[in-house]
Design a protein around this ligand. Structure first.
Ligand code: PLP
Length: 398
């Protein structure tokens, strides 16, 4: 007798590549000891939260014996926190948005689910450039939506506007971008975004429907060269920003993020009311109270991006020494190099033999590449150098 939903059953059978690598890593660590395994499979920030977080928690604890101090709240979150986030997003976007246009969510993941619940009809399509964060498949699929892939250019991962053009249909409801990008580290330029915005405007006209641009931005703070992160509000006709405190405050377990909506959207109040309702009916009810109170005191705090930058440079030296081809990530904490052999699973196996764990590109909708997460200690990165070299040498690299 079947106990569970067939879609979930299938998804479990095709367990994610990241999960598979995680399990292979556990096995290797048991066999050889954790310090002999070089694990680059997970995007779990390893830096401790900045000191402001501990100070905030101590001060919150001082009020924890007051009634309702951690009780239910309005479904969209604490009003003063929404205003604080709105001020920050307004500065980033160069466009004033009020607190009423911000909803606090259970991470960016919760935000994306709430957004898709509010806007997708079953059968609606969401276009994503590949490679991409694979959880998007589930987040859209949870509400009958379907991801449509627009492959970005080889190796540089620049947006391919013609690929986008081919991906549009009368069912397109949204385009989702993530910059700085997981898994490529790319930051989209103003020229790329302007071209995409022009296309979306034309498609809105052609199909006579609102097409959202969703900018998923958990890595906004990790911008190594200080490149321009062009605002999407004002550029796209229906722009929505989804943010997160998982990476910049190393607060991933507290599940705190937000949705911020452009004030220029006609009828935006109705969209905000729908998002607020979806936060409730998806069972989140509201974002965590403690997380929001932390933000009240840490809105401008972040972990030191310089540490990630050093790690990026160390990883680049390791890949260079192994003769592996890549585009230098401008942000986030991932490399997405080209596999030295066409089938990247063969290379992933060769890395495993050296006790190095990375994730095949097909796990991100882009075979022929692999992802290396460098949110690990520099010692792990440097320790993996002989392994990368030996694995690449099997495929004729220097
Ligand atoms: N979007 C991208 C591109 C991510 O890489 C992640 C987490 O790794 C998320 C969303 C989810 O972030 P959160 O922890 O805020 O739900």
């Amino acid at each position: 007798m079947e106990l569970i939903n067939s879609g979930i059953s299938n998804a479990m059978g095709n367990s994610s590549w990241i999960r598979r690598m995680f399990e292979a890593g556990l096995e290797l660590k048991k066999q050889y000891g954790a310090d002999k395994v070089y694990d680059f499979s997970l995007g779990n920030p390893d830096l401790p939260p900045p000191p402001e977080v501990k100070r905030a928690l101590t001060s919150i604890a001082g009020h924890a014996d007051e009634p309702f101090s951690i009780g239910y709240m309005p479904n969209a979150g604490f009003t003063e926190i929404r205003e604080l986030v709105a001020r920050r997003v307004s500065a980033e976007q160069g466009r004033a948005i009020p607190g009423a246009n911000v909803i606090m969510t259970c991470g960016a993941a919760g935000g994306l689910n709430v957004f898709f619940r509010a806007v997708l009809e079953p059968g609606d399509e969401v276009i994503v450039p590949t490679p991409y964060f694979v959880e998007y498949d589930f987040y859209a699929g949870n509400f009958g939506g379907k991801l449509v892939k627009a492959p970005s250019k080889e190796l540089t991962f620049e947006l391919d506007i013609e690929a986008f053009e081919r991906a549009f249909s009368p069912r397109t409801r949204a385009v989702i971008i993530n910059s700085p990008n997981n898994p490529t580290g790319r930051i989209y330029t103003r020229a790329e975004l302007t071209a995409l915005a022009e296309l979306i405007r034309a498609m809105e006209k052609k199909y006579d429907r609102a097409i959202y641009l969703v900018s998923d931005e958990p890595y906004r703070f990790l911008n190594f060269a200080g490149s321009e992160l062009p605002p999407v509000m004002g550029l796209f006709p229906h722009a929505v920003v989804i943010g997160s405190y998982s990476k910049n405050l190393s607060l991933a377990g507290e599940r705190l993020g937000y949705i911020a909506v452009d004030s220029g959207i006609p009828g935006v109040e109705k969209l905000m009311a729908a998002l607020t309702m979806c936060n409730r009916i998806l069972g989140f009810v509201n974002a965590p109270a403690l997380g929001q109170k932390i933000i009240a005191e840490c809105i401008d705090a972040e972990v030191d991006p310089g540490i990630y930058r050093e790690r990026r440079d160390a990883m680049a030296r390791v890949l260079d020494a192994a003769g592996i081809e890549y585009t230098m990530p401008q942000g986030a904490f991932y490399f997405f190099p080209k596999s030295p052999t066409a089938d990247e699973n063969v290379f992933i196996e060769a890395l495993l033999e050296e006790r190095v764990l990375a994730v095949p590109g097909r796990g991100f909708g882009r075979p022929g590449y692999f992802r290396v997460a460098f949110c690990v200690d520099k010692k792990v990165i440097e320790g993996a150098a002989p392994g990368f070299k030996a694995a690449a040498a099997k495929f004729g690299r220097k």
